[in-house]
Design a protein around this ligand. Structure first.
Ligand SMILES: Nc1ncnc2c1ncn2[C@@H]1O[C@H](COP(=O)(O)OP(=O)(O)O)[C@@H](O)[C@H]1O
Ligand SMILES: [Mg+2]
Length: 457
């Protein structure tokens, strides 16, 4: 049968913009058991028509058939979020729920599908649902019962996706003070290749590979990664290293491969690994070979994700790049490593502006003046400063019985109480930069500390 599809596939090659043809072919490929091809075809099409229901449904079918259940859940639940009347999507949802062991919900979903379109009745599925759990209806709270998807807020990821750590960040670069050089680098190396893939391809410029941010704690690495996703309206998946270890040790229902699959299914997506150094550090806690295997598996997935860079941006952050296994820095992995320094004076003023947004301020509050007196403070230190000022102000408001605005003196007093938290980091970093600076890896640190001239030897 499937050989008959060749003329259609040729036709699609010829006119890739023919949406009905693509929809038809995706269905046919799935029916013929050619799920991988169906998946590719749908994803190509969704790049141009990201909300096309037929393509999304076929994609979810393909995922389901290839056992990528969490990816299928994500696609189906998003579809149902927007189109709760899509009977075929409810039917697939029922199959997914059944496979996930949620028989009661699966039955509700199936009933819902048939309510909308009785023609979808499927005897095998019906029997499997009956066998899976007693047919007695579970009493539901008033107004409750089966709901196809959580809230109708289009921006909210589904429950299943949330379980895997998926978010849609609402912050963007305008919520990140300073860091202009790092933002530019992210635009050039990550955002533009994502926005103009064809242009990059035409110049033979390979995109792919991840960006590793390193630097003292509290200087905005995690914040910036989240804002990068918001900047390109991409999804964001943040993974802590403890989670990766859990996945590998089998203590978690998620696994590494699933995670990368989810990222691909959510493209454009920023997949962010926070505190990757812990992976290397933790290696010693595990049996030696176990640590090696988890790193290898991680690197394998990483290579796969960056090679078939289909709108998945890989970022990572660490306070201790020197603990990182050098295998992470091979080309195509984290071959770009960028120092995130504490904010300079204009950046501190910008961060203070952001932190004070929406708070009642007395006239005459000058963030520039506060910035001038807070050399060495990180973004997190500035947060502590603003918190302190707000506390003092709240207490004064309580005493006077009316809301008082934040005064300049509140900020300056609070500034005296906050100690720069990055000094210790630089003491350590300096040693690594001086004594194990292979290939000039940490030159940026030496330049920042004034030990070395920019670009000089
Ligand atoms: N450049 C910045 N602009 C705005 N807020 C910042 C900035 N840097 C840090 N912050 C604030 O400080 C907090 C801590 O920063 P974080 O990103 O967690 O630091 P890191 O990941 O480098 O340890 C953030 O949640 C953010 O609110
Ligand atoms: Mg962080």
């Amino acid at each position: 049968m499937s050989a008959d599809l060749q003329p259609l596939l040729d036709a699609l090659q010829f006119s890739p913009d023919n949406l009905p043809l693509r929809q038809h072919l995706a269905r046919q490929l799935n029916a013929a058991g050619r799920h991988q091809e169906a998946e590719t075809l749908c994803r190509e099409g969704l790049r141009q028509h990201p909300t096309d229901d037929a393509l999304r449904l076929s994609l979810a079918d393909a995922y389901f058939a290839s056992n990528k259940h969490s990816a299928a859940f994500v696609v189906v639940e998003e579809l149902l979020d927007q189109h709760p009347d899509n009977a075929a999507a409810h039917l697939l949802h029922a199959r997914l729920l059944l496979a996930a062991g949620q028989a009661a919900e699966a039955r509700e979903a199936y009933a819902h599908a048939l309510e909308i379109n009785p023609g979808l009745a499927d005897r095998d599925l019906g029997q499997a649902l009956e066998a899976a759990a007693p047919a007695k209806r579970v009493p539901t709270p008033a107004g409750g019962g089966y709901r196809p998807a959580p809230a109708p807020d289009e921006d909210e990821p589904s429950a299943q996706a949330k379980l895997l750590g998926l978010e849609r960040p609402k912050i963007n670069f305008s919520d990140v003070g300073g860091m202009e050089a790092v933002k530019d680098e992210i635009r050039l190396k990550i955002i533009h290749p994502l926005q103009f893939p064809d242009l990059y391809k035409a110049y033979g410029k390979a995109s792919g590979g991840g960006l590793l941010l390193y630097g003292p704690p509290g200087c905005g690495k995690t914040h910036l990664a989240r804002a990068t996703a918001g900047e390109v309206q991409a999804s964001f998946i943040s993974v802590g290293i403890a989670e990766i270890l859990d996945m590998w040790l089998g203590n978690s229902e998620k696994n590494l491969h699933q995670l990368f699959e989810l990222a691909r299914s959510q493209a454009p997506c920023v997949l962010f690994f926070d505190e990757v150094d812990a992976l290397a550090a933790n290696r010693h806690d595990l049996r030696q070979s176990a640590g090696r295997t988890v790193i290898n598996q991680f690197l394998e997935e990483l290579d796969g994700a960056t090679r078939s860079n289909e709108g998945v941006l890989i970022m990572a952050a660490t306070n201790a790049p020197w603990h990182l296994d050098p295998a992470f820095r091979r080309p195509g992995r984290f071959d770009r490593i960028t120092l995130v320094t504490p904010p300079d004076e204009p950046a501190r003023a910008a961060i203070l502006e952001i932190l004070l947004r929406g708070k009642p301020l007395a006239p005459g509050v000058s963030t520039a003046a506060v910035a001038a007196r807070t050399a060495g403070l990180s973004g997190a230190d500035l947060m502590a400063l603003v918190d302190g000022a707000v506390d003092v102000c709240l207490r004064a408001s309580m005493r006077s019985g009316r809301p008082l605005p934040i005064e300049q003196s509140h900020l300056l007093d609070a500034a005296k109480l906050v100690k720069p938290s990055t000094k210790e980091w630089f003491a350590t970093a300096r040693n690594y930069a001086l004594y194990s600076n292979e290939g000039g890896l940490y030159d940026d640190i030496l330049v920042y500390l004034g030990v070395k001239k920019p670009g000089g030897a």
